[in-house]
Design a protein around this ligand. Structure first.
Ligand SMILES: Nc1ncnc2c1ncn2[C@@H]1O[C@H](COP(=O)(O)OP(=O)(O)OP(=O)(O)O)[C@@H](O)[C@H]1O
Ligand SMILES: Cc1ncsc1CCO
Ligand SMILES: [Mg+2]
Length: 263
């Protein structure tokens, strides 16, 4: 618990370069959120350059939100390079289970390149272990608690950390389960808050090698910033704007004070 604020401090001190291959919907928000927390984002998806960008980056974030053939090829090249250079790698399987293409792409990336962390909502994490589960789209129709068994199974198979986001954020590494109970329901009404959470995992794994701790810190940063933001906001628009300000203003003391963590 007391290690979480020091991860925030490390992000601000080191300003790690975080390479994102992410979707058209959230690209701008994600870059701004990474800047606000103190990291340095680069968005790059051309096949011709992703390997070079991975080489100079401290973490790789792959988000398959708006996937297509060239992008998937770039994702695979980047993930392969990250495994060679031992660059920490987080994967967001956006909408897995909604189409065969999404399911096959997610399964191939996970099986071939073993992300250090996978972050998805409950429906997405469940769809990764149950190929007959079809998801509604990018929004979850399940509670994060429903996905714990799937997350444990995945984590044990892959030897990595799985994050299930939702009202409660659940971080699973093998049998170890940590829960962050901060945040606000409005966060699910702003597109790409989950993608931002995945990018925060990227910033945290860039400075902290323990993936369970880093992923917990990322969800703590999201949830505590959500708590601080909710009182000052009238709806999704102002929440989104205030959230960015509060990420920038977030202190280690606030993280310690607000965090509701069970482990
Ligand atoms: N009901 C809620 N209460 C508190 N926090 C929430 C709630 N719903 C979502 N969140 C928070 O919002 C963030 C995004 O989680 P969510 O599960 O909505 O991601 P997602 O479905 O992948 O989103 P997207 O696909 O739009 O990026 C997380 O930090 C999570 O903790
Ligand atoms: C709405 C949406 N559609 C594809 S990606 C995305 C952003 C949230 O996941
Ligand atoms: Mg998502």
């Amino acid at each position: 618990m007391n290690q979480i604020p020091s991860i925030l401090t490390a992000i601000r001190e080191k300003s790690p370069l975080v390479h994102n291959i992410t979707n058209y919907v959230v690209m701008n928000n994600t870059a701004n959120a990474l800047l606000a927390i103190g990291a340095s984002p680069v968005m790059a998806h051309a096949k011709e350059e992703v390997e070079d960008i991975v080489t100079i980056s401290s973490a790789l974030v792959i988000n398959m939100g708006t996937l297509s053939k060239n992008w998937v090829e770039a994702m695979k090249l980047a993930a392969q390079k990250a495994s060679k250079t031992k660059t920490p790698f987080v994967f967001d399987p956006v909408g897995v289970g909604a189409s065969t293409y999404r399911t096959e792409t997610a399964q191939e990336i996970i099986a071939t390149y073993t992300p250090d962390v996978i972050r998805g909502n409950a429906s997405e994490i469940m769809a990764l272990t149950n190929s007959t589960l079809s998801t509604k789209g990018v929004d979850s129709t399940h509670n994060s608690l429903d996905a714990i068994q799937a997350a444990k199974q995945l984590s044990k198979e892959l030897g990595n950390t799985i994050v299930i986001s939702g009202e409660k954020d659940i971080i699973v590494t093998g049998e170890k389960v940590s829960t962050v109970s901060n945040g606000d329901a409005l966060m699910a009404k702003i597109t790409g808050m989950g993608c931002t959470a995945t990018a925060m995992v990227g910033a945290c794994i860039a400075v902290e090698g323990n993936t369970h701790l880093a992923a917990t810190a990322a969800m703590a940063i999201m949830g505590v910033t959500g708590d601080i933001t909710k009182n000052a906001s009238n709806g999704p628009g102002s929440f989104q704007m205030n959230f960015l300000d509060n990420l920038h203003l977030l202190t280690s003391d606030q993280l310690s004070e607000y965090l509701i963590l069970n482990e």
